[in-house]
Design a protein around this ligand. Structure first.
Ligand code: 6R9
Length: 647
């Protein structure tokens, strides 16, 4: 299975911040002396009041609690901006590349970013936003998205970013869940030459959210959008009237920084809450070590700020480290499949961090699109979001990186705040498809279905035995759900939801989700969420959704639908249901396959046997396993006979 080993290149071993010996020594210390290790790592931040406690954490039911650096105070916006001004105020903080290559790029210095953040922070305050208030951001990939995030952090407001590809319904649910009174958006977004009606979506969402009293609208395309008097204000005009200085609030290390909604195996998306101090230490430290980041380097993480990768590795991590972070508005294949590498050449990008789904799509277009660009600036490549298949890894390494650039395959989650299992490029030999070894302070363990620890090489559920500073602290508004979701499956341990293999060298190979979460192009979708959207359709009686293998997306969405008795299912209804899910949740949730079924396979107690549905979706029907507990075994014969033909 192992495809071979790529040893650490000599110049990396000699010049990297962390070499193999140092990695081992630092890792060992992080486990045996966490307080000492983290007290030192935390010095990378500017604290307003130093902390006297470091780690105070327990995963047990009796004394459950997670807190880091509890009595320290700091401001994350000041750590991203103010402290760089003296030394590198004129250095570029954000290098922005628009969707359309004919439009000019924007280069925003640390000083200019600081001023924009202060003005926007003052505007938020003028609209009544106070410490602890929630601010929903529904923005395209433009520098103002980072400005809005940092402005919230500056005044102690909690930002909740909703990916600009989500529908009005999904947006409304997230606004309501955290009760935010203010939404920041743009007239329209622009992706791949197509316009996204963001303001119109906000208007539709707000029909359900009576408590929102302010909508700040950024002009991106200049489209003529409806403005509601008293509620909607124009970003540019409003900030002009604001002072260019805004004192950063002194925040406790455990004060909330942001909420980010993510899908789980049950129920509605959860509001993952991250706090200030621990998250900041984690994002800054991992950004520095994983990417071996040196001041002055041009760094590009191609994730959208709507996902956690955009939070930690487009904005917070790089800016804390004084980096020049590239922000890209567009998509990998517009205007053509060379775009990523043209942007690399245009800016001289040295570190590129992307997702396997994009790489697979580009790989399919052929090497020519890559080869006609230079890419000579590239030194290091990264991967995140889903397991990278060895074929895509090899292509990334040999074609994109011309065999010269190590690949850091970083395993982590919205919940973890930053990279958890990842090679450090100067320290760890690479194996294509493996996220390799744990980050400092991370204690991965494998357990079997009964919770027994698996020692040495083996495969099981990936759990984490102890806390790390970047860990989420709660589910917004539902602390019990936080405990139930992550700490009860294997008591005393954090349950990741991922399956994993550990090889003879102690390398970790993530095999994918083992819960009811589907990873579509690196985006997490809960099956329950899509099912509830389907059953909300007036013609649908019941629905079950599972993942299926998909060449480009990693996993696709396979929906089994039982219609109401008086409905004749046909292709028109199939199309209608797909459009329905798109409008209920967003395009990323569109089912790839809809199979109509007069009945779903259920146990006698009425529980849907997803195992069978998964096997059918995976086209692995030779052995469906034990079907004896089914209430009606003929249901399965019908499912098998009526599988839609897939190309
Ligand atoms: C950062 C992010 C988390 C889930 C995670 C896992 C999958 C992410 C991965 C990976 C294999 C990697 N995942 N990175 N699987 N190798 N390098 O993606 O967060 O959106 O919360 O997704 O993504 O299944 O549990 P999030």
């Amino acid at each position: 299975m192992d495809q071979g080993i790529y040893p650490v290149p000599n110049h990396w071993a000699n010049e990297a911040l962390v070499d193999a010996a140092r990695y081992r020594q630092m890792y060992a210390r992080s486990i045996t002396d966490p307080d000492g290790f983290w007290a030192e790592e935390a010095q990378r931040l500017d604290w307003m009041r130093p902390f006297s406690q470091v780690k105070a954490t327990s995963f047990s039911a009796e004394d459950f609690g997670i807190s880091w650096f509890a009595d320290g105070t700091l401001n994350l916006s000041a750590n991203c901006l103010d402290r760089h001004l003296a030394e590198r105020g004129d250095a570029i903080a954000i290098l922005w590349e628009p969707d359309d290559p004919a439009e000019p790029e924007r280069r925003i210095s640390y000083r200019a970013l600081h001023e924009a953040v202060c003005r926007f922070a003052n505007l938020l305050k003028a609209r009544g936003v106070r410490r602890g208030d929630r601010v929903t951001l529904y923005l395209p990939m433009v520098p103002e998205a980072a400005v809005a995030m940092l402005a919230c952090a500056r005044i102690g407001a909690i930002h909740s970013i909703v990916f600009a590809g989500f529908s009005p319904e999904a947006l409304a649910g997230r606004i309501e869940d955290c009760a935010s009174r203010i939404v920041v958006t743009a007239d329209e977004g622009l992706r791949g030459g197509r316009k996204v009606p963001l303001k119109a979506n906000v208007d539709a969402a707000l029909a359900h959210c009576a408590d929102v009293d302010t909508v700040i609208v950024l002009r991106r395309t200049g489209a003529d959008v409806a403005m509601v008097g008293g509620r909607d204000i124009d970003w540019a005009t409003a900030v002009e009237a604001q002072p260019a200085e805004c004192e950063p609030e002194e925040m406790g290390a455990e004060d909330p920084l942001f909420i980010l909604y993510t899908s789980g195996s049950t129920g509605k998306p959860k509001g993952v809450l991250h706090t200030t101090g621990g998250y900041a230490v984690w994002a800054a430290m991992t950004h520095q070590y994983v990417f071996d980041y040196r001041p002055g380097q041009i760094y590009w993480c191609a994730a959208d700020i709507g996902w956690v990768t955009g939070h930690s590795y487009v904005v917070y991590g790089p800016l804390m480290n004084g980096a020049t972070t590239v922000m890209f508005e567009g998509v990998p294949n517009f205007p053509d499949a060379s775009r990523f590498w043209q942007v690399v050449d245009k800016f001289g990008v040295e570190i590129f961090y992307g997702a396997p789904t994009a790489l697979r799509a580009l790989m399919r277009e052929g090497d020519e699109w890559v080869r006609k660009t230079s890419r000579k600036s590239l030194q290091l490549l990264g991967s995140v979001g889903e397991p990278i298949n060895p074929e895509a890894w090899e292509w990334y390494h040999h074609v994109v990186g011309e065999g010269r650039c190590p690949i850091v395959d970083t395993w982590w989650q919205t919940e973890t705040g930053g990279a958890m299992i990842s090679p450090l490029p100067g320290a760890v030999a690479l194996k294509p498809g493996s996220a390799t070894l744990p980050m400092f302070g991370v204690r991965p363990e494998l357990v079997d279905g009964d919770g027994r620890l698996i020692e040495g090489a083996g495969e099981g559920c990936l759990v984490l035995a102890d806390s790390w500073p970047g860990q989420m602290r709660t589910v917004w508004g539902d602390h019990d759900r936080f405990f139930q979701t992550y700490f009860t499956t294997f008591p005393g341990r954090y349950f990741t939801g991922d399956g994993c293999r550990r090889d003879e060298d102690g390398y970790y190979w993530i095999t994918g989700r083992i819960d009811d979460v589907i990873n579509v192009s690196g985006h997490r979708m809960g099956t329950a969420e899509i099912e509830s959207a389907l059953v909300a359709h007036p013609k649908v009686a019941e629905a079950a959704v599972v993942g299926m293998p998909h060449d480009l997306k990693g996993q696709g969405i396979y929906a089994y639908v039982t219609t109401n008795a008086d409905v004749e299912p046909d292709d028109a209804l199939r199309g209608e249901l797909i459009r329905w899910v798109r409008s209920e949740i967003g395009p990323i949730a569109s089912p790839d396959v809809v199979q109509f079924a007069p009945g779903l396979p259920k146990t006698r107690s009425g529980k849907i046997m997803r195992r069978i549905l998964r096997k059918i979706a995976e086209n692995d029907v030779s052995n469906l396993g034990d079907t004896s507990t089914l209430a009606d075994p003929t249901v399965v014969d019908n499912l098998l006979a009526n599988r839609p033909r897939l190309e």
